[in-house]
Structures are given as structure tokens and as C-alpha cells.
Ligand binder design. Structure first.
Ligand code: PMP
Length: 397
């Protein structure tokens, strides 16, 4: 018999030996793209606050006003935890995403698990991209539906799986994909995927965690990658988005037809059996979404991305094919990634060192994320520090 403590120690030692042990950085504060970590001011290139809304005084003031409604929702949405501010936020999300209606969730993880489980189960099939976020994968596994995966963004491989799923019976087929991939920054070929869903009678669900607020169409500029690909409520019927990334607050939503929202309100267990979003968070989100609509934040972010990529190319840094705010530098080996991140930290920059199992083995990387709140000078400083860190790690490796 293994004791609990022996089991825990053995697993933790294994993690350490593999260089995969994760630890927190504890922030005292994060005013703008600057974080106070262990008494040091670091410029952060690791947050998902793509539009700089998390620290906007207007958003913080709205949260403070929202807190006056009650510090917590005090019950689940369907009991007595649904406030007018939640209702207003849902209407605003529907407007921004160009959908009929929206429903709030406590987090993106809960939204994905709840949506998938409400829609499919035993006898059905969930088709997933191999690089999908853990919450989509977990949602599929919990549902009991058959899981079919396909090589990342490979439309031919997807079609093979859809054909297989259709041949397996007349159960429902749900295709779940990230719109913008969280660790690579690339965008799914959503128009082709939607066309295949039409052909094989499958339902398309797009996770817009990293697309909402930062990309969209002419009429819905912040709606996300499905709108950018020209998809509407019929072709991309299930859109999930988070409010803790570009919206700078926390929580998540699903947007779609009124029938979809009515259905999920009845059947999504992670909506029903949990305390409602704190009213202060809903108020902060609402203000953030108004700012998204009113100000050219997306354009500023696009300029920063463009600046980063142009300068990185001049400095011959090995960039991936990403046009989004997520700009990974894949180094492969865990030690190198940790050593470069450490050097960057010593130079005053905080960058995520991402290792397996978050990314596939052999693809450890620095995940650099850009924000509209970064200045060009801050980006230039990071790039220069990066060049020297890469050089010195190679020298000592
Ligand atoms: N989907 C994707 C693609 C994500 O990157 C994340 C967050 N890392 C989530 C879902 C979960 O969102 P949340 O942080 O709100 O739980």
C-alpha cells in the first residue's frame, strides 16, 4: 500500500526531475503592463490583458460601483443570484458578438465543460483539434461522447474524422475548436470547418477565449475569429468567449440563438449549480465592453503586433506564423526556456515559460503576449533583452 504522502512526494519529485515543476509568481500589484513581483517592477509580456482593460480606471471604477450592489451574487443565477447588471452584460455581449443572446458563466473552463455536456453525451461524437484547450478536451471526455481528434488545423484530417463520425451512426456531432490557439497564436481555418460542418451535419462550437475583443468583422469588430472568417449565427452557432482576457475582468459567456441560450439555461450544469458571477465583475465587464466598442484599442494592438514582428524579423528571432497577440518562441527544450525566462526576468521582463503538458513534448516555448497598453519602447526593450538572453543561454548550454 502506498501512503498518500509517499504518493504525493514521488509525483512531485518526478515533476522536478523533468524540469516540469510549476510555481507561482506572486504579484503585489499589476498597474498597466507592469507587475510588482517580489519587490521588483517587471514589464509583463505574459498576461492575456490584450487591450489593457484590466487596469483602466474606468473599468476599476465600474467594478467599485458594482460592488455596492453586493459583494457577491449570494446564490446561483437561477435562484436569486441574477442581477440587472448581469442582464445588461448579456445584452451587451449579444450586441458585440452579433448574436441573438448570451449567457454568463463563472469561467471559460466552466463554460466549455457545461456547453459540451449539455449538448452531447453517449451515442454522440465530439470532434476536436489536437491542440484544443484542456477545457474543451475535458468537457468532451466528461460528456461520455466518443472523442475523435484531428491533426492541428488540418482540414483534410478533420473531414476524415467527420466522415467517420457520420458513418458511426445518426448521433449528434459537435466540432469544437479554438478560434485563436492559446499557445501558438495561429487562427483556425473556420470558414472551411464551417463548410464541412454543413456537409456532415455537425455543429460548430468556437472557443473565442483569445479571439473575442481582438478580432472580428466590419460590423462586429470585436466579436472574434468566427466573425472575422465571415461566419454568422447559422454557420457558427455556438460561440464561447472569456471575459478574463481581452475584457480584462473574469468569467465567460456563450453567445448564440435565443433557443441555444434558453436550452443552456435549462441544461448546462456548470451554469445551474454554481454561484452567479459577482455583480462587481459584471459591472467591470460591461464597462470594458463599452470601451472596446468606443475606442480603437484593437487597432493599437494590431500596430504593436506589427511592430514586434517587424523588429523581431530584423533581429532574426525565430518567430512562428502568428498574426495575433500571442507570439511564441519555440525553443524545444525545457531547460533553455527556463534559463531564457530567468534571464529576461533579471533584465526586467516577465515572459511565460510554457512546458509540457501544456504544450506537446519537445515544444517548450516562451509565450510572449502583446497588449495595446505596451509602448513601442517596451517592446523594443524586450526584443533586445531576448537577443542577449538567447545568445548567453546558447553560450552556456
Ligand atoms: N479556452 C481557452 C482557449 C483558453 O486559453 C482558456 C484560458 N486559458 C480557457 C478556455 C479557460 O478560460 P478561463 O480562464 O476563463 O477559465
Amino acid at each position: 500500500m502506498t501512503s498518500l504522502s509517499d504518493f504525493l512526494q514521488a509525483r512531485l519529485s518526478e515533476r522536478r526531475a523533468q524540469q516540469l515543476y510549476r510555481s507561482h509568481k506572486t504579484l503585489a500589484a499589476a498597474p498597466g503592463p507592469v507587475a510588482l513581483v517580489d519587490g521588483c517592477e517587471l514589464i509583463t509580456f505574459s498576461s492575456n490583458d490584450y487591450l489593457g482593460l484590466a487596469t483602466r480606471p474606468e473599468v476599476i471604477a465600474a467594478q467599485q460601483r458594482g460592488a455596492a450592489l453586493g459583494a457577491g451574487a449570494t446564490a446561483s443565477h437561477l435562484v436569486n443570484g441574477h442581477f440587472e447588471i448581469h442582464q445588461q452584460l448579456q445584452h451587451k455581449i449579444a450586441e458585440v458578438t452579433g448574436r441573438e443572446a448570451a449567457l454568463l458563466f463563472g469561467s471559460g473552463y466552466m463554460a466549455n465543460v457545461g456547453i459540451i455536456n449539455a449538448l452531447v453525451g453517449r451515442g454522440d461524437v465530439v470532434v476536436q483539434d489536437k491542440l484544443n484547450h484542456a477545457s474543451l478536451i475535458d468537457g468532451g471526455l466528461i460528456s461520455g461522447a466518443q472523442l475523435l481528434r484531428f491533426a492541428h488545423s488540418d482540414v483534410a484530417a478533420l473531414e476524415r474524422q467527420l466522415r467517420r463520425a457520420r458513418a458511426a451512426g445518426d448521433g449528434k456531432i459537435l466540432l469544437a475548436v479554438d478560434g485563436v490557439y492559446s499557445m501558438d497564436g495561429d487562427i483556425a481555418p473556420l470558414a472551411e470547418m464551417a463548410a464541412l460542418c454543413g456537409k456532415y451535419d455537425a455543429w460548430l462550437m468556437v472557443d473565442e477565449a483569445h479571439g473575442f475583443g481582438v478580432t472580428g468583422s466590419k460590423c462586429c469588430p470585436c466579436a472574434g475569429s468566427a466573425a472575422a472568417a465571415g461566419l454568422d449565427q447559422d454557420s457558427a452557432p455556438i460561440v464561447m468567449g472569456t471575459l478574463g482576457k481581452a475584457a480584462g475582468n473574469g468569467g465567460a459567456f456563450v453567445a448564440g440563438s435565443q433557443a441555444l441560450i434558453d436550452y443552456l439555461t435549462q441544461f448546462a450544469r456548470t451554469y445551474i449549480y454554481t454561484t452567479g458571477m459577482p455583480p462587481a465583475v459584471a459591472a467591470g465587464c460591461l464597462r470594458a465592453l463599452e470601451l472596446m466598442q468606443q475606442e480603437p484599442l484593437r487597432q493599437t494592438l494590431d500596430q504593436r503586433i506589427d511592430y514586434f514582428r517587424r523588429r523581431a524579423a530584423v533581429l532574426q528571432l525565430p518567430l512562428q506564423q502568428s498574426t495575433s497577440a500571442i507570439q511564441p518562441l519555440v525553443l524545444g527544450c525545457e531547460q533553455s526556456v527556463l534559463a531564457v525566462a530567468e534571464q529576461l526576468r533579471n533584465s526586467g521582463y516577465l515572459v511565460g515559460a510554457i512546458r509540457p503538458p501544456t504544450v506537446p513534448a519537445g515544444t517548450a516555448r516562451l509565450r510572449i503576449t502583446l497588449s495595446a497598453a505596451h509602448s513601442e519602447a517596451q517592446i523594443e526593450g524586450l526584443l533586445r533583452a531576448l537577443v542577449s538572453a538567447l545568445r548567453s543561454v546558447e553560450v552556456t548550454a
